[in-house]
Design a protein around this ligand. Sequence first.
Ligand code: FAD
Length: 353
Amino acid sequence: MSTQKIAIVGGGLAGLYAAFRLHQAGIAFDLFEARSRLGGRILSTASGSFDLGPTWFWPDFQPRIQALLAGLDIATFEQYETGETLVERWPIGVMRRVGYRSGNLAMRIEGGSARLTDALAALLPPGQLHLDSELTAARLDGERVQLALLQPRRHTLEANYSQLWLAVPPRVLSRIVFNPDLRESERQRLAAVPTWMAAHAKYVARYARPFWRDQGLAGNAFSSIGPLGEIHDACNTEGAALFGFFAIGAMHRRTLADAELKARCRAQLTHLFGEQATTPIEDFIQDWAAEPFTATEADQAPPGWHGMHDLGNVFESVWKDRIRLIGSEAGGDQAGYMEGAILAVEKVLKRLA
Ligand SMILES: Cc1cc2nc3c(=O)[nH]c(=O)nc-3n(C[C@H](O)[C@H](O)[C@H](O)COP(=O)(O)OP(=O)(O)OC[C@H]3O[C@@H](n4cnc5c(N)ncnc54)[C@H](O)[C@@H]3O)c2cc1C
């Protein structure tokens, strides 16, 4: 155990949770993150702490994330769904429908989902968390793994890791050069795994108060007209907001400036919720399909289904005992969810024991 030193690549929930667990167990590690921030797909707005990535977890079937949040003393609350739901259909227009409830109990994290990744990062030695460090190549030297990293204005080499834990979406791994190279069958299996929600973009509009609640509305809306296809109440203790997922595809979004997209979203919210929606205090767009460390070309269209992928034994080559996949997409029946990230790490930790 003492000669182990793990290189974790990716500083989203999976990478940070792995680092947290290794740190607790006294196992040496370094974490390398390509972006200048931690959190990966977890991102909350700097002002207002509204979620631009994941919003919900479902404790009925996601016990791990609930336990982790409780262990870190992070408060949670139920998604607001009191009141009627709006349905917008062409050519009928807007209809009010008796309340919609999202099947299982949907919970949110107080202070935004980034509270979770911030809390994990705060418990780790800062000197072992390397931002602006993109893994570009990995080389196997006997039993040790060497990494080539692209850091601002320079290439560096980090050597002497016993294992490489990849907390990166499987498709994004195609940009990394492996020496010896991965087998074609290994590459194909990685490329076949869509990155959950990578094709999507979110819009958040912040208001002085949740005026839709006064009208007996839950803030939920479903539209086949757009630009937002699904809208929900995003209020938290810091303020009032609505958020929506774009129904406009990633390729089309690329042709439109943010100002144009925001104007269309405000017009839709006004049409649905009334004049008070016209002038948010501020609004935000986060387009995940345009983020190279989340989405590849293959992720520009959503997969249409929430697939499960057995990524436990992808590596059959010389990398078999050296690489572990710990990102959310390796999370078995919870693949793609935050719960999946925790589950994937726990599976790998069991093999280490
Ligand atoms: C819009 C949206 C809504 C979502 N809603 C929900 C929800 O409501 N509930 C839920 O449970 N889940 C939801 N998800 C999914 C959830 O965000 C993910 O399951 C989870 O955050 C994935 O964590 P991860 O650490 O596995 O991957 P990521 O968060 O993708 O982290 C991977 C990290 O690797 C880094 N990286 C990539 N390439 C390299 C490289 N070469 N070198 C170094 N670092 C690299 C990236 O920068 C990133 O930080 C949503 C996602 C999105 C985008």
